[in-house]
Design a protein around this ligand. Structure first.
Ligand code: SF4
Ligand code: SF4
Length: 312
C-alpha cells in the first residue's frame, strides 16, 4: 500500500549527472497523470505495479502459463503470448518465471530507505552542487510520498529538484513547491486542445500552476525554474508552436533560468509492446541536428536561454 512514508518507485539512480545541477540521486516514482504519445518510459505511466516482458530471455518453460489465474498466457508457434485484455497485472507469472523473462515493474520502498541511500552521497552533492531529484513517471502521482521525501531532504539540507508535468491542483502542487529548490517543469504543447490530443489532458491547469509559481508570491524564496520542452516532429515543433511557447515563457519573469529542448528519440518504442501498450509514433524519425539547432536559435531570439537535452 502507498502512503506518505511508503511509495512505489521504478528505480533509484545514484551519481546521476542529469535532471538538475551537479551530481544527483534521482528517484523515479511510478505513475503519471499524463500519457504522452511519445513517452519513452511507458512502463512508468500506470500508478500500479505491473509486468514487463523480456522476450529474449524466454526459455518457454511454461511456468507462467501454469500460474496465471486469468488464463492470459499461451504458447503459440514457439512463442509466449499474453492477452493483455485478460491480464490484471497480478505479477504471479513474474514470480514464477525462472528465466526472468517476465519481470515486475515497481518496488515499494519507504522514505527512510530512500533517505539512507540519498545521505550516502552528501559529500558528492556538496562538491558538485547536486542533490535529490524526484522524477518519474511524475512525482505528482504520489504527492504525499513525494512531499515526505522533499521535506526529509530539506531537513538534511540537501538540494531538491522536482521534475514534473505540473498537472495537479494548485494547493497540492504548492505544498511540494514549498520544499523544492529547482523546478524542472514540462510544457508539452502550448495549445490546450492539441495538448489534450497528445497527452490525454488539457494544459490550462499546467500553465496556470507555472504562472503562479513564476509570479513568486506563493513560492519559497530561492526557487529556480527550468522549463523542459520535448521536441516532437510534426507534433509541437512548428514555428507557431515555438513562437507561442516563447512568448508565454518570456512573460514568466526572472525565476525561469532556461528552456531545455528535449529532442525526440524512439528508444522507448520497443517497451510499449512489452508492457501491453500501443506506440503510435512508430513512423516518426528524430529531428536532424540542424533542425534542433534552428529551433534553439528561434527560442534564443526571444531573449531566452535555451539548451539541448535535459542535463545541467
Ligand atoms: S509526462 Fe513524462 S512520464 Fe508522463 S506520460 Fe508524459 S513523457 Fe511520460
Ligand atoms: S500478470 Fe497477467 S499474465 Fe501474469 S499471471 Fe497475472 S494475469 Fe497472468
Amino acid at each position: 500500500m502507498k502512503n506518505k512514508n511508503r511509495g512505489l518507485i521504478f528505480d533509484l539512480q545514484r551519481l546521476s549527472l542529469v535532471d538538475g545541477p551537479g551530481g544527483r540521486t534521482v528517484v523515479f516514482l511510478k505513475g503519471c497523470p499524463l500519457a504522452c504519445i511519445w513517452c519513452a518510459n511507458p512502463e512508468l505511466i500506470s500508478p500500479d505495479r505491473e509486468i514487463i516482458l523480456k522476450d529474449k530471455k524466454c526459455a518457454l518453460l511454461e511456468k507462467c502459463v501454469e500460474v496465471c489465474p486469468q488464463n492470459a498466457i499461451s504458447i503459440m508457434d514457439g512463442q509466449r503470448i499474453i492477452d493483455w485484455d485478460k491480464c490484471d497485472r497480478c505479477g504471479k507469472c513474474a514470480d514464477a518465471c525462472p528465466s526472468r523473462a517476465i519481470e515486475h515493474i515497481g518496488e515499494y520502498v519507504t522514505t527512510d530507505e530512500i533517505m539512507k541511500v540519498v545521505m550516502q552521497d552528501v559529500r558528492f552533492y556538496r562538491v558538485s552542487g547536486g542533490g535529490l531529484t524526484l522524477s518519474g513517471g511524475d512525482p505528482l502521482s504520489q504527492p504525499e510520498f513525494a512531499l515526505t521525501l522533499l521535506k526529509a531532504a530539506k531537513q538534511k539540507k540537501v538540494h531538491t529538484a522536482l521534475d514534473t508535468c505540473g498537472f495537479a491542483k494548485w494547493e497540492l502542487f504548492k505544498s511540494l513547491l514549498d520544499h523544492t529548490d529547482l523546478l524542472l517543469y514540462d510544457i508539452k504543447h502550448i495549445d490546450s486542445a492539441r495538448h489534450k490530443e497528445i497527452t490525454g489532458e488539457p494544459n490550462e491547469l499546467i500553465l496556470s500552476n507555472l504562472q503562479k509559481t513564476a509570479a513568486g508570491s506563493d513560492s519559497r524564496s530561492g526557487l529556480k525554474i527550468w522549463i523542459r520542452y520535448p521536441l516532437i516532429p510534426d507534433i509541437n515543433d512548428g514555428d507557431d508552436d515555438i513562437d507561442n511557447l516563447c512568448r508565454f515563457v518570456a512573460d514568466l519573469g526572472p525565476l525561469v533560468e532556461k528552456i531545455a529542448l528535449l529532442p525526440y528519440h524512439d528508444l522507448g518504442a520497443e517497451k510499449y509492446a512489452a508492457v501491453g501498450r500501443k506506440y503510435s509514433l512508430a513512423k516518426t524519425s528524430p529531428h536532424p541536428n540542424e533542425i534542433v539547432s534552428k529551433i534553439k536559435a528561434r527560442v534564443e531570439s526571444y531573449g531566452l536561454v535555451a539548451g539541448i537535452g535535459g542535463g545541467k
